[in-house]
Design a protein around this ligand. Structure first.
Ligand SMILES: *[C@@H]1O[C@H](CO)[C@@H](O)[C@H](O)[C@H]1NC(C)=O
Ligand SMILES: *[C@@H]1O[C@H](CO)[C@@H](O)[C@H](O)[C@H]1NC(C)=O
Ligand SMILES: *[C@@H]1O[C@H](CO)[C@@H](O)[C@H](O)[C@H]1NC(C)=O
Ligand SMILES: *[C@@H]1O[C@H](CO)[C@@H](O)[C@H](O)[C@H]1NC(C)=O
Ligand SMILES: *[C@@H]1O[C@H](CO)[C@@H](O)[C@H](O)[C@H]1NC(C)=O
Ligand SMILES: *[C@@H]1O[C@H](CO)[C@@H](O)[C@H](O)[C@H]1NC(C)=O
Length: 388
């Protein structure tokens, strides 16, 4: 929004000059100028892919006619393991890799959104990673798009052996004395739940549903051991919500506790389906940037593809499930990031002028529990009382 017109004109001129150069010179000069922390033009990507670690990032690399490694741009504040953003030659499609876990995700996105070499005010963000999945809702290889991201471990925690038979889980919402869904938390950090644009989410689900999703023989054999209809079916695309936790939890009890907490926090609207370690944190950084119009919060999509189940099948212990089961889901889930995601990326590029430039208007509330971006949250104790 606060885009500097002079900068834009200079940028356009430089871009034109650059386009006249041979391909190698264009990329070479960008890399050189970017590496020393300066930049010669402000890029205004239409889509930014957010990957969390190398296999997810590499799913977008080395694809014929899609060279997202054409430009590498060093950005101060990115992960030391992933110090460069990547972009196509025309700068329309870019990628950043955050590193795993909430701290890496929040820190990287915070650095990205304030980097002055990008104008991200109209950019669509596709956060796309692998995840665990709830077998009641989807299956390994499935592709999920979230409306809500909930940080399920943001609660008091006891070891269950210390609190005994009265409790179904050791997790208890802040400011309460019983596990979810007994009582809404009373203390808030402000980042408990993030709600995204459902109209955009539903368009992404529809687009990705056109993809021919990948699967594997091992995954087919493994999912047959589950009793749930969703778990047993071939991979599909679905809109359902993501739980964020730095703890890589697994097993029936914690999965049910996460499900209960999701329902409680979203006032019954959320559908707990995928589990990962970053989204809630990235969304906090995006939201802070949206507050000053650095990004548009209604242009963010959170996709997760399922690599494994969050709980064992009948006859399998939680321990066996986490450490010894070969679900065969890893390779298909990584492949499906690209297969499903490219449908959305292509749609954004193709229909930029007619659909995406002006934005897809959200018909639901978008933002956090405080109403930071305006509007009235459709979850939580509005009007807000419990800042702590
Ligand atoms: C960008 O970095 C990747 C590795 O991260 C490398 O494969 C690629 O060649 C680099 N591109 C350029 C233009 O230097
Ligand atoms: C369980 O609840 C009962 C009834 O409220 C109480 O008397 C008992 O002390 C509780 N047990 C534990 C281990 O907290
Ligand atoms: C979501 O992430 C933020 C930022 O990392 C965290 O402060 C917040 O508490 C999380 N949400 C929940 C429910 O814990
Ligand atoms: C999944 O991808 C692998 C590796 O590219 C390929 O060999 C396999 O045929 C694909 N399977 C399906 C069902 O698309
Ligand atoms: C989840 O909530 C249901 C309904 O209140 C309860 O019966 C169940 O024990 C809870 N599960 C956990 C793990 O707390
Ligand atoms: C959500 O549920 C809590 C109780 O669990 C209630 O206090 C709050 O008013 C509800 N919020 C909305 C927006 O319905």
């Amino acid at each position: 929004m606060h885009f500097n017109l002079a900068g834009q004109l200079i940028g356009a001129l430089l871009l034109q000059t650059a386009s006249a150069l041979p391909v190698w010179a264009r990329f070479g000069s960008r890399s050189l100028s970017a590496r020393d922390g300066s930049y010669s033009e402000i890029l205004k990507p239409k889509v930014f892919i957010v990957s969390l670690f190398t296999p997810e990032a590499a799913a977008w690399w080395h694809i014929p006619d899609f060279n997202i490694l054409a430009q590498n741009i060093s950005i101060p504040g990115l992960s030391p393991r992933f110090p460069e953003a990547h972009c196509t030659a025309n700068g329309e499609i870019c990628q950043v890799v955050t590193g795993e876990g909430e701290i890496n995700a929040a820190a990287t996105i915070q650095a990205l959104v304030h980097y002055t070499g990008f104008n991200l005010a109209e950019t669509y963000f596709l956060s796309a990673g692998i995840a665990g999945v709830n077998p009641n809702v989807a299956t390994i290889g499935s592709v999920t798009y979230a409306r809500f991201a909930i940080q399920v471990a943001q609660q008091y925690e006891f070891d269950i052996r210390d609190i005994g038979e009265n409790f179904t889980t050791g997790y208890i919402p802040y400011g309460t004395k019983k596990p979810a869904p007994a009582e809404y938390p009373q203390n808030f950090y402000g980042t408990e739940v993030f709600e995204l644009n459902v109209a955009l989410r539903d368009r992404a689900v529809k687009l990705s549903s056109k993809a021919h999703l990948n699967d594997s023989d091992i995954a087919i054999a493994y999912r047959a051991k589950y009793t749930q209809k969703a778990a047993k079916s071939a991979p599909f695309v679905i809109g359902c919500d993501v739980a964020t936790s730095d703890n890589f939890y697994s097993g029936n009890i914690l999965a049910n506790a996460a499900n209960n907490f999701t329902l409680l926090m979203t006032n019954g609207t959320g559908v707990y389906c995928s589990t990962a370690q970053e989204d809630n944190a990235s969304l906090e950084s995006f939201m802070r940037a949206a507050k000053t119009k650095k990004v548009d919060y209604s242009r963010i999509m959170v996709m997760r593809t399922a690599a494994n189940f969050d709980r064992p099948h009948p006859g399998e212990s939680a321990y066996q499930h986490l450490f010894y089961a070969n679900s065969g889901g890893f390779l298909p889930s990584v492949a499906n990031i690209y297969l499903a995601g490219i449908e959305v990326v292509n749609d954004i590029i193709k229909n930029w002028d007619s659909v995406y430039a002006k934005g897809i208007h959200p018909t639901n509330y978008v933002g956090d529990i405080f109403g930071t971006l305006g509007g009235k949250p459709d979850f939580g104790p509005y009007p807000f009382f419990g800042e702590a």
